[in-house]
Design a binder for this molecule. Sequence first.
Ligand SMILES: NC(=O)c1ccc[n+]([C@@H]2O[C@H](COP(=O)([O-])OP(=O)(O)OC[C@H]3O[C@@H](n4cnc5c(N)ncnc54)[C@H](OP(=O)(O)O)[C@@H]3O)[C@@H](O)[C@H]2O)c1
Length: 383
Amino acid sequence: MVKQMLYRELGVTGERLSILGLGCMRLPVKNGDSGQVDMDLAVPLIRTAIDSGINYLDTGYPYHNGQSEIAISKAVKDGYREKVFIADKLPIWLVENRQDMDKYLDEQLKRLGIECIDFYLLHTVKESYWEKMISNGVLEFLDDAKASGKIKYTGFSYHGELELFFDVVDSYNWDMCQVQYNIVDQNYQAGREGIRYAAANGVGVVVMEPLRGGTLTKNVPEEVQEIWDESRVKRKPAEWALRFVWDLDDVDVVLSGMNTLEELKQNLETADQGYPNSLSSEEKEIIREVKSVYSQRKQYNCTQCGYCVPCPQGVDIPANLLQLNNAYMFQDEDNAKMNYYMGVKEEERAVNCTGCGECEKICPQMVPIQKALMDVRKKFEQN
Ligand SMILES: NC(=O)c1ccc[n+]([C@@H]2O[C@H](COP(=O)([O-])OP(=O)(O)OC[C@H]3O[C@@H](n4cnc5c(N)ncnc54)[C@H](OP(=O)(O)O)[C@@H]3O)[C@@H](O)[C@H]2O)c1
């Protein structure tokens, strides 16, 4: 299926990981129900990935309602466990105290059917959870879990702002971090600067959402497709997107959520060429043009600067506008709507806007915020 898998060393751990990792958040499911993994398809898919040289599987407590961990437990029987690193994550939003941390880790070890989790990450570190986790003793918990042999390496997956990312990296002797990075999200959350900082500090870098959860490969806008088509080098959007991330020499593993053998095969073939600094300046220019087209498709010129918050009614204006712009940029309203409901708390949604207009007085981009919030309500709140 693949000529040879390329490997890169993960930060200071020295572990040689395949440049393509399997994200087990999007396994094949039955009847479109994400809580019902189709084990007859998922287990062979995971094993084919391992047989093809992939040695890094990423899962999380909530993925597929716990069935992602179960699918891995089935797949790594019969000698497969020794061939692969398993990364799992502590669901920090469910954790109230130190006892909860131990409880989830034990439950995850049981679900996975293994004695030790190779990489144990704090899941979704961001501003709203970080201080609470620190005061609840999460770093001591990680030390203890390591000492007891229940986990081998520590890490965190990140969804906060860049400023906090630096603090988190500095706060502990992390082995790795997992960040979102793709053609469009180069300066979003940790972004390019965060990746550089982590790598410079010996923290291994695993990238998630390289295809932006599939939005860079589905419903590709005509203007974007035209740019891809004009290129002398012919590639599918997924190939461009993966090659873009592998081009960075400070990225170690790129996780993709592949839910069919066909997607796995295609991404393995792309991985054959996933060398650092392998894109020509002409190819990089093409990618810049594509990024610029996506940016221009934004309907509202919100730069996420946050000047508009706190809103007197508690509306998280940047978070609302982010998903609204995503709906326009990627022609994928369903995905933006799902992220809106998952990522914006009820009390911070557009529906709470009373039209006081304080936000518009301060917005440096002069975004018509009240109109945009009405648009959010029309797009996401109705029907
Ligand atoms: N906070 C966190 O810790 C966090 C957050 C997000 C993700 N993750 C992890 O990171 C992993 C990777 O993120 P992701 O799943 O969003 O990765 P991704 O690669 O950006 O998106 C995966 C989706 O892209 C599409 N795809 C994959 N290969 C393709 C190909 N060759 N051609 C066309 N489309 C293709 C598929 O969409 P279709 O299904 O529509 O075919 C697939 O579901 C996740 O699976 C999860 O393990 C962690």
